[in-house]
Design a protein around this ligand. Structure first.
Ligand code: SF4
Length: 493
């Protein structure tokens, strides 16, 4: 059965020669580096849960290409039910890890490539779809982790890719050969790429006719010659390096997705790994397909993360002795309300999924964008309520070194005890989780991941059909379709 175990995932990463820089240093093994290890541990959970009988329906699927049982993270959505199950999987994983588990970007990128390679072939007579299917069967059979890489550096925002002073501000083809192409450029804010097997490089924006070199979609092994990962900084990230310390907050699973910059320094891509090459008319659709699926996702993963955050906040109120206060209860319920609102919209977007020309399924665009728009607000509001209920100690509590200090340790413990039934370190651990999951990196990720808020409003504006709503209002207010004989108009009798 093509399902990797967590150990096999870690071993397979260890066997790769990934070129990575963390904290300014070249890293010999990402697996053994404390900066990346929590993120690898999170992905390992995605592999682990697929082996548990109770989660089989959510975590696995039947490949429409081979008929085999595969990980849902390598599946092409075949129905609205598949889309709903994906959201359920994300909520489950969010509840299990309390953070970003990274594999969804590659899943949505693979689905976008599957759909667009088909549509490109229909229009241009190319053979990208068959190529991609062969590539995907390999991914499914080996249960590989694929990272999707979309966001280009973009340089001067007022200029098109081909107008930039530095033409590498968008990933582009710099050489065409009989057996493939050479690409150059970078992708930013990349989630999970540093601990993935494969990178699926997609265009980051719609392209014009004269931007053929930028219309490239292809797959690159994460340890291919010329691929360089530069790990990003996060809030409080050096706490990870302090060793066995609770100060990081979610020390087992990390905070957000271990984002990195990926540099492609003249990377050769053979023909069998190229899925779009110069078809500029397909780029905008590809970005839209990817973004629409990924925006719905946030109602699953962030709801799962919020469940854990609500739990940590509620536990803190229990430790503080405020749990039974009616106002505290009401604020916890508001956190639940905000969480379920985002989840409900994501489920609805999935339930209303419809088939694309290739036969795979797309979520409802309006509801997917509403989901992500809600996330840009609700995650902040949920965090604000967590801060409100947990209290100021989130910002001022001493570190583990102080709690364990031979001279001052007893003071910091004594003056952080609340309800004496609870160990003071339990309060600290809950507080650190709340701090981590409401800090800058986490909030910015909720704001800008899968596109900035305005990107969602553009789609909502396109789908709103205000004229149709005006017609509805006119019909309701001025219409004459009453049931005959009902005294709705004119004088009372
Ligand atoms: Fe998946 Fe959510 Fe992370 Fe995106 S932010 S990769 S949807 S867990």
């Amino acid at each position: 059965m093509p399902l990797k175990t967590p150990q096999e995932y870690v071993d397979s990463l260890r066997a790769m020669k990934i070129r990575a820089y963390i904290g300014g240093e070249r890293v010999s093994s990402i697996v053994d580096h404390p900066g990346v290890a929590p993120h690898i541990n999170t992905v390992a959970k995605t592999y682990e849960l697929a082996h548990k009988p109770e989660y089989k329906a959510i975590m696995t699927a039947t490949s429409h290409l081979t008929g085999q049982t595969i990980h849902r993270y390598t599946h092409i959505f075949q129905s609205a039910d598949d889309l709903v199950k994906k959201i359920e999987m994300l909520r489950l994983l969010g509840q299990t890890t309390g953070t970003c588990f990274q594999r969804c970007v590659g899943l949505d990128a693979a689905n976008a490539t599957y759909a667009i390679s088909y549509e490109a072939d229909q229009k241009h007579g190319t053979d990208y779809h068959e190529r991609f299917k062969k590539y995907l069967i390999g991914i499914q059979n080996d249960d590989l982790m694929v990272a999707g890489a979309m966001t280009d550096p973009k340089g001067h925002r007022a200029k098109r890719p081909a107008e930039q002073d530095d033409p590498d501000q968008f990933v582009r083809v710099v050489e065409r050969r009989d057996d493939g192409v050479v690409i150059r450029g970078a992708k930013l804010h990349n989630t999970g790429g540093i601990n993935s097997h494969e990178i699926l490089v997609l265009p980051g924006t719609a392209m014009k006719d004269d931007e053929k070199d930028y219309a490239i979609a292809c797959a690159v092994p994460a340890d291919a010659e010329g691929v360089i990962f530069i790990f990003g900084r996060q809030s409080n990230d050096t706490r990870k390096f302090e060793g066995g310390c609770q100060d990081y907050g979610n020390s087992r699973f990390g905070v957000v997705g271990g984002e990195a910059m990926i540099v492609f320094e003249d990377v050769f891509v053979p023909n069998e790994r190229i899925f779009l090459n110069g078809e500029t008319d397909q780029c905008g659709k590809m970005v839209t397909y990817f973004a629409t699926w990924h925006r719905a996702n946030y109602g699953g993963c962030k709801a799962g993360n919020a469940d854990v955050l609500i739990g940590a906040t509620a536990k803190t109120t229990r430790i503080l002795g405020t749990e039974k206060n009616g106002i505290v209860r009401d604020k916890l319920i508001e956190m639940v309300h905000l969480t379920e609102t985002t989840y409900g919209t994501a489920v609805a977007a999935s339930f209303k999924g419809y088939p694309l020309p290739c036969g795979s399924f797309m979520v409802d665009p309006m509801l997917a964008n509403v989901t992500k728009q809600n996330i840009t607000r609700n995650v902040y509001d949920i965090g604000r309520l967590a801060h409100d209920l947990a209290g100021g100690f989130l910002a001022t509590m001493p570190g583990e070194d102080e709690f364990n200090h031979p001279e001052i340790g007893d003071y910091v413990k004594k003056y952080h005890v609340a309800n004496p039934q609870y160990d003071v370190m339990e309060r600290v651990k809950m507080g650190r989780y709340i701090e981590a999951m409401t800090s800058v990196t986490t909030l910015v990720e909720a704001m800008h991941g899968a596109g900035s808020p305005q990107a969602q409003r553009i789609v909502m504006g396109m789908g709103a059909d205000i004229d149709k709503k005006i017609a509805m209002a006119e019909k309701v207010i001025n219409g004459d379709d009453d049931v005959p004989g009902l005294p709705l108009r004119g004088k009372r009798t």
